[in-house]
Design a protein around this ligand. Structure first.
Ligand SMILES: *[C@@H]1O[C@H](CO)[C@@H](O)[C@H](O)[C@H]1NC(C)=O
Ligand SMILES: *[C@@H]1O[C@H](CO)[C@@H](O)[C@H](O)[C@H]1NC(C)=O
Length: 397
C-alpha cells in the first residue's frame, strides 16, 4: 500500500527528471571543442583553447588539440579519460612543458577487449603524437611514466625541436610499440632511455650528443635506429640492450667510435652502419659483442682504418662493401680478407680505385713481386685489369 503510494508514476518521473541532467552533463562536449559522433573524435582547436578538457563524453577515444594556446600538459591530465586511445597535439606554438606523470592514469584495456583487439593488430595501438610544437624543446624526467599499458603504445614527435631528453623520462614505461623522436641538436642525457621494459622500434634523429649509459636497465628493445645525426659513440653506449635484433646507424656523422663502443650488446642479429661519415673506428670497437649475427658496414666514407682490429668481431658474417676511404699502405691487411679489398674503394685522392688495386700499385715490394708464382701473377694482373676497367667504366659514367 505504502509502497504503491510512494513510488507512483509522478515520483518515478521526478527521479528520472533529476537524473537526466547528470547524464547529460557527463556526455556534453567540453567547452571550446567539437565532438564528432561518427568518428568518436573530440577536437579542441584555436587560440582560445588554453587548457586541456577535463573529461570527454563517454565512448570517445580520440582527442586532438590543434592550434591551441595550451602551455603545459599537467600531471594527471588524462586521469578521467582512461579509455582514450589516440591523443594528438598538432601545431601548438605555446606548448613548452610536459609535467611528470602527465599521462598517468591511461589505463590498461580490459582483457577480453584486448584479445579482440589483438586480432586487429594494426588498429590496437594507443597513440600519443606531437607535431609542429616548436616550443617543446625538453622532455623532463618521468614525463612518460605511469602509463598502464598492456597493448602497444606509440609515442611520436614530428617537427618538434626537442633539444634534450632528461634521464628517466620513460621510467618504467612498458610495451612501447614505437618511439620516434625527430629532434634538433638533441642531447641524450645519461639514463634518458633507462628502465623501459620492451620497446619494439626506437628511431631517433637530430642527435648531437650521447652521454654514457643511456639505456641502463632497459631490455627487450627490438630495433634501435639512429639517423641524420652527428655524435661520437662513447664506450658501452649500448650495453644492457640484450636481445636487440637490429641496431642501425644511418646518414650520421660519427667522428669517433670508441673501443668497446658496442660492448655489452648480447644476442644481436645485425649491427649495421650505413651511409655514414666515419672518422676513426677504434681497434676493438666491435670485438666484445656477444652472439653477433652479422656486422654490416656499407656505403660509408671512412677516415682511418689502419688496423684489421677495427672491424674485428665475433660476428658469424661480416659484410664491408662500397665504402670509400683515404687509402694508404697501412690498409694492406685488407687484401688478405676475402674480397674485401675489391669491393671497397679509395677516395678521389686515389681516383676511386679499389683498395686492392691501390695496394698493388703503391705498396707492394717490387722485388717480392717478381717471385710470385705464375698463377698468382696472372690472376693478380687479371684483377688489376678488372679494377682498371671498373674505374674506367665508373669515370666514364
Ligand atoms: C591552424 O594553423 C595553421 C597554421 O598556422 C593554419 O593554416 C590553419 O588555418 C589554422 N586552423 C585553424 C582552424 O585555426
Ligand atoms: C637499475 O635497476 C636496479 C635494480 O632494480 C636499481 O637499483 C638501479 O637504481 C637502476 N638503475 C637506474 C639508473 O635506474
Amino acid at each position: 500500500m505504502h509502497f504503491d503510494t510512494f513510488f507512483g508514476w509522478p515520483q518515478i518521473l521526478l527521479i528520472f527528471i533529476l537524473l537526466v541532467p547528470f547524464n547529460a552533463l557527463r556526455d556534453t562536449c567540453p567547452i571550446g571543442c567539437r565532438c564528432d559522433e561518427d568518428t568518436q573524435q573530440v577536437t579542441c582547436e584555436g587560440q582560445q583553447v588554453v587548457t586541456l578538457p577535463d573529461r570527454l563524453p563517454s565512448g570517445y577515444e580520440t582527442l586532438i588539440i590543434r592550434n591551441s594556446s595550451v602551455r603545459t600538459i599537467e600531471k594527471n591530465s588524462f586521469r578521467k579519460m582512461e579509455k582514450l586511445m589516440h591523443i594528438e597535439f598538432e601545431n601548438n606554438p605555446s606548448l613548452g612543458t610536459i609535467e611528470k606523470l602527465a599521462f598517468k592514469g591511461l589505463k590498461k584495456i580490459r582483457y577480453l577487449l584486448k584479445i579482440f583487439l589483438k586480432l586487429l593488430e594494426s588498429l590496437t595501438f594507443r597513440l600519443i603524437k606531437f607535431s609542429s610544437c616548436p616550443g617543446l624543446t625538453e622532455l623532463q624526467k618521468n614525463a612518460f611514466s605511469g602509463i598502464q599499458n598492456q597493448m602497444g603504445l606509440k609515442i611520436i614527435f614530428e617537427k618538434t625541436p626537442i633539444h634534450r631528453i632528461d634521464g628517466h623520462t620513460f621510467r618504467n614505461a612498458q610495451n612501447i610499440r614505437e618511439l620516434t623522436i625527430s629532434g634538433e641538436e638533441l642531447a641524450l642525457s645519461r639514463h634518458c632511455f633507462a628502465n623501459i621494459n620492451q620497446l619494439d622500434f626506437l628511431t631517433v634523429s637530430g642527435v648531437v650528443l650521447i652521454e654514457p649509459e643511456i639505456f641502463t636497465n632497459s631490455t627487450r628493445f627490438h630495433v634501435v635506429h639512429f639517423k641524420n645525426s652527428q655524435f661520437d659513440i662513447p664506450p658501452s653506449t649500448f650495453s644492457s640492450l640484450s636481445h636487440t635484433s637490429h641496431l642501425l646507424l644511418e646518414h650520421t656523422k660519427i667522428p669517433s667510435i670508441a673501443p668497446d663502443a658496442f660492448s655489452g650488446l648480447t644476442t644481436i642479429q645485425v649491427i649495421e652502419i650505413h651511409a655514414c661519415q666515419l672518422g676513426t673506428i677504434s681497434a676493438r670497437a666491435f670485438s666484445n659483442v656477444e652472439n653477433l649475427g652479422e656486422l654490416k658496414i656499407l656505403r660509408n666514407t671512412i677516415g682511418d682504418l689502419d688496423t684489421s682490429e677495427s672491424i674485428m668481431s665475433k660476428a658469424l658474417k661480416t659484410r664491408m662493401e662500397e665504402n670509400t676511404m683515404e687509402c694508404n699502405c697501412g690498409m694492406k691487411w685488407m687484401t688478405s680478407v676475402e674480397e674485401m679489398s675489391d669491393v671497397n674503394f679509395c677516395s678521389t685522392t686515389a681516383s676511386f680505385r679499389s683498395i686492392r688495386s691501390f695496394i698493388k700499385a703503391k705498396c707492394m715490394d717490387p722485388f717480392r713481386k717478381r717471385n710470385h708464382s705464375p698463377s698468382t701473377t696472372s690472376s693478380g694482373s687479371f684483377l688489376s685489369v678488372l679494377s682498371i676497367l671498373t674505374v674506367t667504366v665508373v669515370s666514364f659514367l
